[in-house]
Design a protein around this ligand. Structure first.
Ligand SMILES: NC(=O)CC[C@H](N)C(=O)O
Length: 362
């Protein structure tokens, strides 16, 4: 059946629906990763978004139980050039089509996703509608303009947990402030033998400090960091009391708590090969990224915080470090789910920081 992606600037991309009768509207973003569609579909940071994948064949190694970042898909809809319906991989348990159908997530294929991506790069991220069958064009154009902008206000509560829970039994004891954490972040710490306590986003600093954690990880998550003012308050209460590592949304919220500012990028960074320079060592790492907002470099109080990493494509902030407190953060994804493992050293530095409670001066 014919299907359409209608963007808020009136541009229409035609394709074919994998399943008829589904409809969704949200922010349309593109990801340039060549593999890792399952991790992308299940990453809670994509909540509220319709994801366009530039790699032309998606679904060829199927879906399995182990590679997911959350128990269910998180994207609103998926746009691909070609969906492979006959996967060939020893780990495949089902097809991409049957998996997304089970959760009623619309998929449209047959779209020139590279042309669509170039359009989004030129015009910027925008809202859109995925629909199929008979379309009332005037109604759809009205609806796309009425689609609310991406709002973390509703998104973070939708992806966090309701009660704290503990994973693993060892040490150190890591508290995860859960704004929409990816499974592979939790798994990295569990594999290192840590005990991990996952706290809901409505937790206060007192709630988290009550378990006497050795370190606090501020997780990734969906939406605009400015829509999570309670998160900023929680982080303010943690500063100076415990070592902190922020990742992605956690990094942005840390920047706000330190007195900095964030802004929306023109089209975001989503892919598996973003070059990031560690300004302390001069080394360049290839990183996995998924973010639409960034920290404004000049907004940070320079007597306390410095920019530790930058993106070499557009010079935006990719990492922060506090000059005196054991606190640092990165905008990209060291857990590499999906993507290169170059940045695992960020997690190891966090564990070292916890063990000596020191800080690297810049
Ligand atoms: N992966 C993330 O945590 C994304 C952070 C934030 N939602 C952004 O888009 O910038």
């Amino acid at each position: 059946m014919e299907a359409y992606l209608i963007l808020e600037d009136g541009t229409i991309f035609q394709g074919e629906a994998l399943e008829a009768g589904y409809f969704c509207h949200g922010e349309v973003v593109f990801n340039t990763s060549m593999t890792g569609y399952q991790e992308i579909l299940t990453d809670p940071s994509y909540c509220g978004q319709i994801v366009v994948l530039t790699y032309p064949l998606i679904g060829n190694y199927g879906i399995n139980e182990e590679d997911r970042e959350a128990p269910r898909p998180q994207v609103l809809g998926l746009v691909v050039r070609e969906a492979c319906l006959e996967p060939s991989n020893w780990r495949a348990q089902e097809t991409l089509a049957s998996y997304l159908k089970r959760y009623r997530i619309p998929v449209i294929q047959g779209v020139d996703t590279r042309a669509l991506t170039r359009h989004l790069r030129t015009r910027g991220t925008m809202r859109g509608i995925l629909t199929s069958g008979q379309v009332d064009w005037e109604e759809v154009k009205r609806l796309v303009r009425q689609t609310p902008p991406l709002s973390g206000d509703k998104l973070v509560p939708a992806v966090t947990n309701s009660q704290p829970y503990v994973l693993g039994e060892g040490s150190p004891r890591i508290a995860v402030y859960n704004l929409g954490v990816k499974q592979s972040i939790l798994e990295w710490f569990i594999k290192q033998g840590c005990s991990v306590t996952v706290f809901p986003a409505h937790s206060t600093a007192e709630d988290i400090l009550a378990i006497q954690p050795d370190g606090v990880l501020l997780s990734n998550g969906p939406g605009d960091p400015k829509d999570v003012p309670y998160g900023v308050e929680t982080v303010k209460g943690l500063l100076g009391k415990v070592p902190i590592l922020g990742i992605c949304l956690g990094h942005q919220i840390l920047a706000l708590a330190l007195g900095g500012d964030t802004f929306k990028l023109h089209f975001g960074h989503r892919g598996g090969n973003h070059p990031v320079k560690d300004l302390t060592t001069g080394r360049v790492y290839i990183t996995s990224q998924n973010h639409g907002y960034a920290v404004a470099a000049g907004s940070l109080p320079s007597e306390e915080v410095y920019v530790s990493h930058i993106n070499l494509n557009d010079d935006t902030v990719e990492g922060l470090r506090h000059r005196y407190l054991p606190v640092f953060s990165v905008q990209y994804h060291p857990e590499a789910g999906p993507g290169p493992r170059d940045s695992e050293y960020i997690f190891r530095e966090f564990l070292e920081l916890i063990s000596n409670k020191g800080c690297r001066k810049g």
